[in-house]
Design a protein around this ligand. Structure first.
Ligand code: BGC
Length: 383
């Protein structure tokens, strides 16, 4: 009761400071290793209102999100702390516990492992904290209040459709790569890609190279989760650059010359796409390759400009961070939280807000990424 009262008063004070534009904001100083994650820390050492837990610092994608959170929450005058799980569910759990002990009222968390994160958010819920699942859905628990995400099915469709639109002839070798099986999004991306690629595999436009499970299922338009998992089991990069590189090398070593030449590659995201592209670029029997990606990481935008990666999907982290912050602020102010859809997490339908994505190729780097001020032209060469 007391905690709620204090929390309400604090909210009122912070809301007023927001209104008069003189809030305390956040700092971008690194935390002193708390929770093993690092990130930004609340300067005053006092109450942190919004806690954010992101999967890893080692992928530029999540540093983009961190920067957006710190800017938006800081500008709005809300104390916040961003911690990274560094690929470990145990660190993630410690991070959540740290944030709970700092008195957060809202937890925004992108899980390292969809099911393992359930225990952490259940602990947060038990402490009266509102839980927002960020980008990746936490599954098999009722302790998720809201979900803020990009339209991941559309990401997969865009990747698959790009390959379809840019190959010619029939019998084009198709190499499949997917994300981590612990990430619900990896299934949704693949589901989206499969929805457009499967008819083109069935009609002979593509021939599958590196997954006999996908081959077995090539007549099936809609796959069950278990069927998807069997394909992910053969094609997963685990979202890891090195795993992606090694898998691509193994696939090319195993592939006969009839599976090389002009090829198409479904790569799940930018980091893995760069690793896979580098491997394909050095195989003398590969005459050309088309490869997908997502996230519009700077390094991949440069690859796209240089013709080393064919496309990337732009997921504007400004929008996603702003949407989750808007949700957090609505919670803190006791207002109605706006959602547009729901996602079933295996236990409940989680109220969600979904954001559209944009396909980026060499032709629209300028309009999609520079004109929108996501990046500046000086970040790249040869634009
Ligand atoms: C995100 C992608 C990201 C991937 C690897 C996914 O859940 O949606 O944007 O590239 O994880 O971190």
């Amino acid at each position: 009761m007391m905690k709620k009262l204090v929390s309400f008063m604090l909210t009122a004070v912070m809301t007023m400071s927001l209104l008069v534009g003189c809030g305390s904001g956040s700092s971008s100083e690194p935390a002193s290793g708390t929770g093993g994650g690092g990130g930004s820390a609340d300067k005053g050492g006092g109450n942190v209102q919004v806690g954010i837990v992101l999967p890893t610092k080692d992928e530029p994608r999540w540093l983009q999100d961190q920067a957006q959170f710190e800017t938006i929450l800081g500008d709005a005058g809300f104390t916040n702390q961003v911690l990274f799980s560094q690929g470990s569910s145990a660190t993630e759990k410690t991070n959540v516990e740290t944030l709970i002990s700092q008195g957060i009222e809202v937890l925004i968390i992108c899980p390292q492992d969809a099911t393992a994160a359930a225990a952490s958010v259940e602990a947060a819920k038990a402490a009266g904290i509102t839980v927002i699942s960020y980008d990746r859905l936490i599954t098999d628990t009722d302790a998720v209040d809201y979900y803020v995400t990009f339209d991941s099915f559309s990401v997969g469709v865009a990747q698959g459709q790009y390959l379809i639109d840019n190959v010619s002839g029939t019998g084009v070798p198709l190499y499949l790569y997917t994300g981590a099986s612990t990430d619900n999004n990896a299934f949704i991306f693949f589901e989206g890609a499969w929805s457009v690629l499967q008819p083109k595999i069935a009609d002979g436009t593509f021939k599958l190279v590196n997954s006999d499970k996908a081959q077995e299922l090539s007549g099936t338009a809609e796959l069950t989760r278990d069927q998807q998992a069997s394909i992910l089991g053969q094609t997963t990069t685990n979202w890891d650059f090195d795993t992606a590189k090694k898998l691509a090398e193994a696939n090319l070593t195993a592939a006969g010359k009839d599976m090389k030449g002009d090829v198409a590659i479904l790569a799940p995201n930018d980091g893995t796409a760069r690793s896979i592209a580098d491997v394909f670029a050095t195989d003398s029997d590969i005459t050309s390759y088309i490869i997908t990606g997502q996230d519009s990481e700077k390094a991949s935008v440069q690859y796209v400009i240089d013709g080393k990666q064919s496309m990337t999907v732009f997921k504007d982290t400004r929008t996603l961070a702003a949407d989750s912050v808007a949700m957090a602020l609505a919670v803190l102010k006791g207002e109605t939280v706006e959602t547009t859809t729901t996602y079933n997490n295996g236990k409940i339908d989680v109220p969600a807000k979904s954001t559209d994505v944009v396909v980026v190729t060499k032709d629209n780097v300028q309009s999609a990424l520079i004109d929108s001020e996501y990046y500046s032209a000086s970040d790249f060469t040869g634009l």
